[in-house]
Write a protein that binds this ligand. Structure first.
Ligand code: FAD
Ligand code: MEZ
Length: 595
C-alpha cells in the first residue's frame, strides 16, 4: 500500500474511542483544549504542571488519544511517522506536543524531513549557557536558601549510556540515585549510536572464530588516538570491554553480530543480530532495567551547579526544572555523565576554528554543560582541542550513515567516479580525504549484498536518502557522478576483492564484491561527531581537580571526560567507554557514599 506523508490528525483520539475529530480553531494545544473543559483538561491543579516529567499531563493526553504504541499502530502506512521512530525509552507526548506554545517535532532536531502536526512550530534551540544562567540570578539564590526538594545518595547528571549504566550499577550496589536529564527524553547521543561497541576476547568473537587480544585492542586504540591517550584509562577500557558486553547481555542486550570499524585490526564491533543500531537497543535495555529498579529519572531537568561544602566535598546539585523552576537535591556524590559538545559549534570552533559552521551528527543536548558544571566545581580539563569529524553525514537527510556500511563492504567514490581513500581508515583521514574532493562531498556506493548484511541500512532507505538503480552507470549519471568511470572503479575494486589485495589504497578488509542485485548511493560529507577531551578522571572514574587532587564525591564518565581516546577516537570505542566507565563510576560512587 502507498505510504502517505506524516500527518497527525486529531482523529488519533478515536484510538481510545473518546474524542471525535474536531476542527482546529486555536493555534496551540492549551487554547484548543480550553474549549473542551479548561485547564483541568490537562492539569490536576489549575495551570500548574505536576512535575518536570509532566506525569499527570501526559496521562491526560493518553486518556483521550491512547499510548504512543496506540497512535503508532494507526500510522503503519505513514512515511516518517515519528510515533514509529527509533527513539528508545517511552518518549512522552509532551516531548513534541507543547501545551502553551507551538509544538515542535523532536525528530526535526536531527533530521530534515517534512512533518506536519497540529499547532506546529519550527525547531529552534534557545538554550542559555550554564555560566549565563548563574549570573546574578535571584531565583537561584531563593532556591538555595530553601530546603532541598529531594534527598538521595547519588545524583547522576545525564541519561545517556554512561548515566544509565552508572544508575543501574550504583543501585545494584545499594545506593539511592536520581538521574537528571535536561532533554524531554532518555538516551542522549547514545540512542543514536549505530555501528557498535568494541570489545576484545568476547564470547561472541569466540563463537565466530575471531582471534583478538587485549594487546591488539590497546595498540589499535593508542595508534588511533595518536598515542596521546592516557594509558591507565585505555587499560580500563580494554580489560573491561568483554565484561561490559557480558554485563549488558546479562541485563538483556543482544550483541551477537560482530563487525569491524575503521582502525581496528580484527572484527570486534558488537551489535544486535542482523546489524541493527546498537545505541537505541542499549539505551532501551538500560532504561528498562532502570525502570524495573524504580530509579527516579527526571526529564526537562538541567543540572546547573554541583554544590560543595567549604572542604570541597560534594553536597548536592542545583537543578533548573523546565516547568517547576530552580531547586536543589541533597546528595553525597555526583556522577557527571553529560556527554560531549559536538552540537555546540561556538564551543567547537573556538577550540578548532577549521570546524566553524560545520553540521554535527549529535543530538541537541550535546552542548558541553558538563564542562562548565564540573569546571565550576573545580574539575581539571584534558585534551579539549581534539574534536572529531565523522566522514559520512548524509547530505540529503542530515542523518549520520554508520561506518558499518563501509565496514560491511561499501566503497567511497568522488564525482569523477573514482575511489580516493582506504574506506576504513581512521575518521580523521577519511574526513580529510572527502573534503579534498570536488564539492567537498563523496558517495557511498554499495549493492544488495551489503544492504542485506546490515539492518540499519533499511532505516536510511526508509528515510529516502538512498537512490538506487540496477545499472551502476545510470545511478552515477543520475547523481552527477561520472557513471562510466564509476563502473570501471567498481569492477577494479571487485578484482581486488577476488585477489584479496587492494593495490590502490591498501584497504585491509574487503568483505564482499559489489555485484549483487541493485546498486545504491548515499551522498555524504563530514560533520562534527565526537569531542575527545573533557573532564579529567583517574582510573577509578574520580574527577581530578585543578590542583591535581581527586574531588571527593565527584565522579565522571563517558564523552564528558577526556583522556580515553587521545586525539582521535576509534569507531565503536565510545559505547565501550561509556558502559565500562559508567558502571565503574556508579559502583565507586556507591562505595564512596557508604563509607
Ligand atoms: P550521551 O549519550 O550524549 O548522554 C548525555 C546526556 O546528558 C544527554 O542526554 C544530555 O541531554 C544530558 N545532559 C547534558 N547536559 C545536561 C545537564 N546540564 N543536565 C542534565 N542532563 C544533561 N560510538 C560507538 O562506540 N559506536 C557507535 O556506533 C556510535 N555511533 C554514533 C552515532 C551517532 C549519530 C553519534 C552522535 C554518536 C555515535 N557514537 C558511537 C558515539 C557515542 O554514541 C557517544 O560518544 C556516547 O553515546 C556518549 O555517551 P554519554 O553517555 O557519555 O553521553
Ligand atoms: O563509534 C562511532 O562513532 C561509530 C561506530 C559510528 C558509526 O559510524 O556507526
Amino acid at each position: 500500500m502507498m505510504k502517505t506523508r506524516f500527518t497527525l490528525t486529531l482523529a488519533a483520539g478515536l484510538v481510545a474511542g473518546v474524542l471525535a475529530a474536531p476542527t482546529l480553531a486555536a493555534d496551540n494545544l492549551a487554547a484548543f483544549h480550553a474549549d473542551m473543559g479548561g485547564c483541568q483538561n490537562c492539569h490536576s491543579d489549575a495551570n500548574k504542571p505536576t512535575d518536570d516529567n509532566l506525569t499527570y499531563e501526559n496521562e491526560q493526553c493518553q486518556t483521550c488519544h491512547g499510548t504512543l504504541a496506540d497512535v503508532a499502530a494507526t500510522e503503519e502506512n505513514v512515511e516518517h511517522s515519528p510515533h514509529l521512530s527509533h527513539l528508545p525509552g517511552e518518549p512522552a507526548c509532551t516531548s513534541c506536543h507543547m501545551g502553551h506554545e507551538k509544538s515542535v517535532v523532536y525528530c526535526d532536531s536531527c533530521h530534515s524531513f517534512d512533518f506536519n502536526m497540529p499547532f506546529q512550530g519550527k525547531w529552534e534551540r534557545k538554550e542559555q549557557g550554564i555560566n549565563d544562567l548563574l549570573q546574578a540570578n535571584l531565583d537561584i539564590e531563593k532556591a538555595l536558601k530553601a530546603e532541598p526538594r529531594a534527598t538521595t545518595d547519588i545524583v547522576i547528571i545525564g541519561s545517556g549510556g554512561a548515566g544509565l549504566s552508572a544508575a543501574v550499577a550504583a543501585h545494584d550496589k545499594g545506593a539511592g540515585v536520581i538521574v537528571l536529564e535536561k532533554e524531554p527524553l532518555v538516551g542522549g547521543n547514545t540512542k543514536l549510536a549505530a555501528g557498535g561497541m568494541n570489545a576484545a576476547l568476547t564470547k561472541q568473537q569466540a563463537a565466530k572464530g575471531i582471534e583478538d587480544s587485549l594487546e591488539l585492542m590497546t595498540e589499535d586504540t593508542m595508534k588511533g588516538g595518536r598515542n596521546i591517550n592516557d594509558p591507565a584509562l585505555v587499560e580500563v577500557l580494554v580489560t573491561h570491554s568483554a565484561g561490559s558486553v557480558d554485563w549488558l547481555t546479562g541485563l538483556g542486550a543482544d550483541l551477537n553480530d560482530v563487525g569491524r570499524m575503521g582502525g581496528a585490526s580484527v572484527n570486534r564491533t558488537h551489535r544486535p543480530t542482523g546489524g541493527a543500531g546498537v545505541g537505541a537497543h542499549v539505551v532501551q535495555v538500560l532504561y528498562d532495567n532502570a525502570i524495573k529498579r524504580e530509579i527516579d529519572i527526571r526529564y526537562n531537568s538541567r543540572a546547573v551547579e554541583i554544590l560543595e561544602d567549604d572542604k570541597g566535598q560534594v553536597r548536592g546539585v542545583l537543578v533548573k526544572g523546565e516547568h517547576t523552576g530552580y531547586y536543589w537535591i541533597k546528595a553525597e556524590a555526583v556522577v557527571v555523565a553529560t556527554g560531549g559538545f559536538a552540537r555546540n559549534n561556538d564551543r567547537v570552533s573556538a577550540l578548532d576554528p577549521k570546524l566553524k559552521g560545520f553540521a554535527a551528527t549529535n543530538h541537541p543536548g550535546a552542548t558541553g554543560d558538563g564542562l562548565d558544571v564540573a569546571g565550576n566545581a573545580g574539575a581539571a580539563m584534558k585534551d579539549l582541542e581534539y574534536i572529531q569529524a565523522h566522514p559520512t553525514l548524509s547530505v540529503a537527510g542530515g542523518v549520520m550513515v554508520t561506518e558499518a556500511v563501509r565496514g560491511n563492504g561499501a566503497i567511497l567514490v568522488n564525482r569523477e567516479g573514482d575511489r580516493f581513500v582506504n574506506e576504513i581508515t581512521t575518521r580523521d583521514k577519511a574526513s580529510a580525504a572527502i573534503l579534498e574532493q570536488t564539492g567537498k562531498t563523496a558517495f557511498l556506493i554499495f549493492d544488495d549484498s551489503v544492504r542485506h548484511s546490515l539492518k540499519k541500512i533499511e532505516r536510511y532507505i526508509e528515510l529516502g536518502v538512498v537512490p538506487s538503480n540496477s545499472s551502476l552507470k545510470a545511478l552515477g549519471d543520475s547523481l552527477g557522478i561520472n557513471g562510466a568511470e564509476l563502473e570501471k572503479s567498481v569492477a577494479r575494486y571487485n578484482e581486488f576483492v577476488a585477489s584479496g589485495k587492494d593495490a590502490d589504497f591498501a584497504r585491509p578488509n574487503m568483505p564482499r564484491s559489489l555485484n549483487q542485485g541493485s546498486y545504491y548511493a548515499i551522498e555524504v560529507t563530514p560533520a562534527v561527531h565526537h569531542t575527545m577531551g573533557g573532564v579529567q578522571i583517574d582510573n577509578q572514574g574520580e574527577v581530578v581537580g585543578k590542583d591535581g587532587k581527586v574531588i571527593k564525591g565527584m565522579f565522571a564518565a563517558g564523552e564528558v571526560t577526556g583522556g580515553v581516546h587521545g586525539a582521535n577516537r576509534l569507531g565503536g570505542n565510545a559505547i565501550s567507554d561509556i558502559v565500562t566507565f559508567g558502571r565503574m563510576a556508579g559502583e565507586n560512587a556507591a562505595s564512596f557514599v557508604k563509607k
